[in-house]
Design a protein around this ligand. Structure first.
Ligand code: HEM
Length: 529
C-alpha cells in the first residue's frame, strides 16, 4: 500500500501553498494581495510606456530571472521519488549496530530516493553510458541518514584528490566544449586502478534499462557501531525486485534519440500506475580483526568484497510509492550527503569517503544555501535544537527564543553519549599510505568480471569499448588503454587493440605496469610525471 511521506512533518513550517489545488486559490502578488489578471500591466494610456510602479510585472521578471540555481556539479541529471524502508531482520542488525531505524522488525522509515547519471548536465539524456547514482535519504526518528550509493560495488578512484581530475575528463573540453575521447581515455589509461569500474561501465551494465532495473551499493566500507563503542565494517547492497535489465549500446543510443527522458518517465509512470518499484537491502559485515587478514584492503574503493567472500544478509526492503508533487522542491532541492549520519552508522577511514564528508555539505551550502537542511525535503522529522542561527533564508523560526549559546539559565537537555568509546582509534592496517600504488591485485576483479561474463556480454564489452576508445584521436591514448585491458586478459586486450588499431605493449610487474611510475611518490601519483 502507498505510504504517504509528509514533507512538512517536524519541519515546523507554515502550511505549503502547494498542497492546495489551483481552484482553491486566488491569483495574488508575492505579498498575497489579490491581482486581477496575470497578463495585466500598467502603462500610460493604451499605448504609452510601462510604469515602474507595476509591482506585478517587476516581480514576474524578478522571479523568472532567478529561477535557475546551480545544478549539481556531478549527478546533475536525475529523477526521484518518496517511499519507505521497512526492517525485516532486526535481530541480525542488533548484533552489530545501535541504529534506531534498524531496531524493530516492521519499523517503517520514510525515504526519498534520487537516481542520476554522473557526467551529463541536467538536460542530458538519461540513457548515457555512465554509472548511475542511487541516493537514499532516511527520515529516521533520530535524525536524517543519507546512504549515497552508486549502481556499482566499486568506483574509479581510491585517492580523493583524483576526483576533480577524473570528473573533468568525463565532462567537456575547456576549449571545444565537447566531450573529448582523448581526455576521457587519457585519464583512465593513466590510472589503471579504475579498470574494474571501466569494465563494468563498458559492459551493458553501463546502460541500465531505466532506474528501476538496477542494484545499488554503498561501495565504501562504513562502520556499524554499538553503544559500547564496539564496531564492525559494513557495506550495504540494494537488490532490485524488478530484476537487473540493461540496454545494449545500440538500444541505449536509439532511446537517447527518441526519448532522452526514458528513465525519468519510466520511474514516474510506474509509480503513477501503482507499480511501486522495490529493492531488498542486504548488509555485508566484517569484523575489524577479519578485515586485517581479508584478501582486499577494505578501505580500497576500487575493490568489491564479493558475495562469496562475505555473505550478504537481508536487513530490510524499500519501496518507492509517491511521486513528488513538485520536482524542484522535493528532488532538485534534495541534498544527499554521506555526512548525514545517525547513531550507529559511522564512516570508515576510506580516504575517498572521508573527502566526501566535506564535499557534499560544502556543495549544498553553495547550491542551496547555508540553511538547506530547513528545506522540507531535507528536514529531519524530529526536532532540531542547537546553537546554529541566522543566515540566508532562515525560514523555520530560527529556533525561537531558545538561548543561542550554551546557557546555564535555560539549559538544553543533553542526550546520553551514543558510544562509550569515542577516541576514534580505528584500524587502518597501514593501508592508506600504500593505496595509491597499482599492483597485481588491482587486476583481480577485472579478471573475475571478465570470466563471469557470457560470450555475448564479452562481445558487447569489446564492441562498446572499441566504439568509444576507437574515436580517441591519439594513438598513445588508445595504446595505453588497450594495453591495460591486455594486462587483465589478453583475449580482451587483443580484441580491443585490433579494434582500435594499436599494438599492445606488455606491461610488467613487480612495481606496477611500467608506465606507471608510482614508486617515487606513492600518494596520489599516477604515471610518468
Ligand atoms: C553527487 C562529490 C564520489 C555518489 C555528488 C556531488 C558532489 C560529489 C559535490 C553533488 C552534490 C550536490 O550538489 O547535491 C564527490 C566526491 C567524490 C564522490 C568529491 C570522491 C572523492 C562518489 C562515490 C559515490 C558517489 C564513490 C557512490 C558510491 C554520488 C551520488 C550523487 C553524488 C549518488 C548524487 C546525489 C543526488 O542524487 O543528489 N558527489 N562524489 N559519489 N555523488 Fe559523489
Amino acid at each position: 500500500a502507498a505510504f504517504e511521506v509528509n514533507m512538512n512533518a517536524g519541519a515546523n513550517l507554515q502550511e505549503q501553498t502547494s498542497s492546495k489545488d489551483a481552484s482553491d486559490v486566488e491569483f495574488t502578488l508575492e505579498n498575497g494581495s489579490p491581482y486581477p489578471h496575470p497578463y495585466q500591466y500598467q502603462r500610460i494610456g493604451s499605448n504609452g510606456p510601462l510604469l515602474l510602479q507595476d509591482t506585478h510585472l517587476l516581480e514576474l521578471f524578478g522571479s523568472f530571472d532567478r529561477e535557475r540555481i546551480p545544478e549539481r556539479v556531478v549527478h546533475a541529471r536525475g529523477a526521484g521519488a518518496h517511499g519507505y524502508f521497512e526492517v525485516t531482520n532486526a535481530d541480525f542488525c542488533k548484533n552489530f549496530t545501535m541504529m534506531d531505524m534498524l531496531s524493530e522488525n516492521g519499523l517503517k522509515t520514510p525515504i526519498t530516493a534520487r537516481f542520476s547519471t554522473v557526467g551529463g548536465e541536467s538536460g542530458s539524456p538519461d540513457e548515457a553510458r555512465d554509472p548511475r547514482g542511487f541516493a537514499l535519504k532516511f527520515r529516521t526518528r533520530k535524525g536524517v541518514l543519507d546512504i549515497v550509493m552508486n549502481n556499482t560495488p566499486v568506483f574509479f578512484i581510491r585517492d580523493p584528490a583524483k576526483f576533480p581530475h577524473f570528473i573533468h575528463t568525463q565532462k567537456r573540453h575547456p576549449a571545444s566544449h565537447l566531450r573529448d575521447k582523448d581526455m576521457f581515455w587519457d585519464y583512465l589509461g593513466s590510472n589503471p586502478e579504475s579498470l574494474y569500474q571501466v569494465m563494468r561501465l563498458f559492459s551493458d551494465l553501463g546502460t541500465p534499462q531505466g532506474f528501476r532495473h538496477m542494484d545499488g551499493w554503498t561501495g565504501h566500507t562504513y562502520r556499524w557501531v554499538q553503544n559500547d563503542g564496539t564496531w564492525s565494517y559494513v557495506r550495504l547492497y540494494a537488490q532490485t525486485m524488478q530484476g537487473v535489465q540493461n540496454f545494449t549500446n545500440a538500444e541505449a543510443a536509439s532511446i537517447s534519440g527518441t526519448n532522452p527522458d526514458f528513465a525519468t518517465q519510466d520511474l514516474y509512470d510506474s509509480i503513477q500506475n501503482g507499480t511501486f518499484p522495490g529493492w531488498t537491502m542486504f548488509a555485508q559485515v566484517l569484523s575489524p580483526e577479519a578485515a586485517q587478514s581479508f584478501k582486499y584492503n577494505v578501505l580500497d574503493l576500487t575493490k568489491d568484497w564479493g558475495f562469496d567472500n562475505v555473505a550478504p544478509v537481508e536487513i530490510g526492503k524499500f519501496y518507492l510509492t509517491q511521486n513528488p508533487a513538485n520536482y524542484f522542491a522535493e528532488i532538485e532541492q534534495a541534498a544527499f550527503s554521506p555526512a548525514n549520519m545517525v547513531e550507529g552508522w559511522a564512516p570508515s577511514a576510506d580516504p575517498v569517503l572521508q573527502a566526501r564528508l566535506f564535499s557534499y555539505p560544502d556543495a549544498h551550502r553553495y547550491r542551496l544555501g547555508v540553511n538547506h537542511k530547513q528545506i522540507p525535503v531535507n528536514a529531519p522529522v524530529n526536532a532540531v535544537a542547537n546553537f546554529e542561527r541566522d543566515g540566508h533564508m532562515n525560514i523555520n523560526g530560527n529556533q525561537g527564543s531558545r538561548p543561542n549559546y550554551l546557557s546555564t539559565l535555560d539549559k538544553i537537555k543533553l542526550p546520553p553519549r551514543a558510544y562509550a568509546d569515542e577516541t576514534h582509534q580505528q584500524w587502518t592496517g597501514g593501508a592508506v599510505a600504500s593505496l595509491s600504488a597499482v599492483t597485481e591485485i588491482d587486476f583481480d576483479w577485472p579478471r573475475i568480471f571478465w570470466n563471469g561474463l557470457s560470450a555475448q556480454d564479452q562481445q558487447n564489452l569489446i564492441s562498446n569499448v572499441v566504439g568509444h576508445l576507437g574515436a580517441a584521436p591519439t594513438y598513445s591514448v588508445r595504446q595505453r588503454m588497450a594495453s591495460i585491458f591486455n594486462y587483465a586478459n589478453s583475449t580482451l586486450g587483443q580484441a580491443i587493440a585490433d579494434g582500435v588499431g594499436v599494438k599492445v605493449v606488455n606491461l610488467t610487474f613487480p612495481g606496477g605496469p611500467t608506465w606507471f611510475n608510482v614508486t617515487k611518490d606513492p600518494v596520489g601519483s599516477t604515471l610518468d610525471y
